[in-house]
Write a protein that binds this ligand. Structure first.
Ligand code: GLU
Length: 358
């Protein structure tokens, strides 16, 4: 009898202990949110107007704490903490800030699950692609901005930030490279370009289309972005303090060769041609670029046309003239890749391989 009681008591104790362990496990699962760090750099998303309906505003007026406090709902998606990297309009983005930001993202990702970067929209397509090349992790890195300042009527920043955190917190965002989340759409860094100066629908991925649609935090993934990136990238900025100068020269009817000379005289080690059509330019410009390439300055042909590729050896004989064709990359992104490439080599064939891969 006594033995039976003690057996029953033992079973009760075991059952109770199991229930407690299960309840604790469930509670932990329910509260184990991903850790997302928000790195703020400024832009319109942190911008303030003097009066609500005014057109003009000052970019980078609010700090990271203000942005986080404006969207308390994000805390249901992730454990959020924030850090201010700089507070600038992204027209002032430069190599120094890129290197600081890239190094910080690499550091932060060692102890956090994902990073969201608030950024002005003007150079978002370049910063995102730079990070796509130099962040040594497959964890999500999501850039977000807005077209209307934080104080504007119907500001788009808060929802964009909420969606960016939702994307960063989604395990399916891993391995897709750096992403840009804006206006209910997610773009891959390699593809995204700014296509409108003021509309909230300011970004597109012309050749490949968006990576995902996001609606109030609900994400539908559409595409696995192309291009080598993240942990598989050969580019590292560890210990790097400066990047080589690369200039972009815009082609047009009646283009002279003068600006090419000026770029080289000012120390450009690479030139990206924002060419007409399939990366073309006047005979005078192509002749000057040929002479420039012969001197060891790397020339990449890209296009000022918003979609389509710049093909190798199509209208311009790259093999003969010593040029690199940018393929899918627009001039701004070509410049970013050429800066990284020039740290490793100035061989046009080796650089052509990088343009095909990245
Ligand atoms: N020019 C500013 C910037 O890029 C404002 C544009 C924006 O953020 O939308 O930061």
């Amino acid at each position: 009898m006594n033995e039976q009681i003690s057996h029953a008591g033992y079973r009760l104790v075991v059952r109770t202990a199991t229930a407690v362990v299960l309840a604790l496990a469930l509670a932990t699962t329910a509260t184990a949110k991903p850790k997302v760090t928000i790195l703020a750099t400024g832009g319109t998303i942190a911008g303030a107007q003097a009066s609500q309906a005014e057109y003009g505003y000052q970019a980078g007026a609010f700090k990271v704490e203000d942005l986080i406090n404006a969207v308390p709902q994000m805390k249901e998606l992730a454990d959020i903490n924030g850090e201010q990297i700089v507070n600038i309009g992204s027209q002032d983005m430069n190599d120094e800030v890129w290197l600081k930001l890239g190094k910080r993202v690499n550091e932060v990702l060692q102890s956090t699950d994902a990073v969201v970067i608030t950024h002005g929209t003007d150079t978002m397509e370049e910063t995102s692609y730079f990070l796509n090349l130099v962040v040594k992790s497959d964890k999500p890195v999501v850039l977000v901005g807005s077209m209307r300042p934080a104080t504007g009527i119907s500001a788009d920043g808060p929802m964009n930030l909420y969606n960016a955190v939702a994307v960063a917190a989604d395990p399916n965002a891993k391995g897709r490279g750096v992403l840009v989340a804006i206006n209910d759409t997610v773009h891959a860094a390699r593809n995204v370009v700014k296509v409108n100066t003021s509309n909230v629908e300011a970004f597109r991925s012309p050749n490949r289309g968006p990576a995902a649609i996001v609606n109030t935090g609900k994400i539908t993934w559409l595409e696995v972005p192309g291009g080598r990136r993240g942990a598989k990238s050969e580019f590292s900025i560890d210990g790097v303090t400066a990047l080589p100068r690369v200039d972009i020269i815009y082609a047009h009817a009646n283009m002279s060769a003068d600006l090419i000379d000026a770029a080289v005289a000012n120390g450009a080690r690479g030139i990206v041609l924002a060419g007409v059509g399939d990366g073309n330019a006047t005979t005078a410009a192509i002749d000057k670029l040929t002479a420039t390439a012969k001197k060891g300055v790397v020339v990449v042909r890209s296009t000022r046309v918003p979609s389509g590729l710049t093909y190798r050896n199509n209208e311009v004989n790259d093999d003969k003239l010593g040029f690199v064709a940018s393929l899918e990359l627009n001039p701004a992104k070509s410049r970013v890749l050429l800066q990284q490439a020039l740290r490793v080599t100035k061989d046009p064939q080796a650089i052509q391989r990088m343009f095909a891969e990245y």
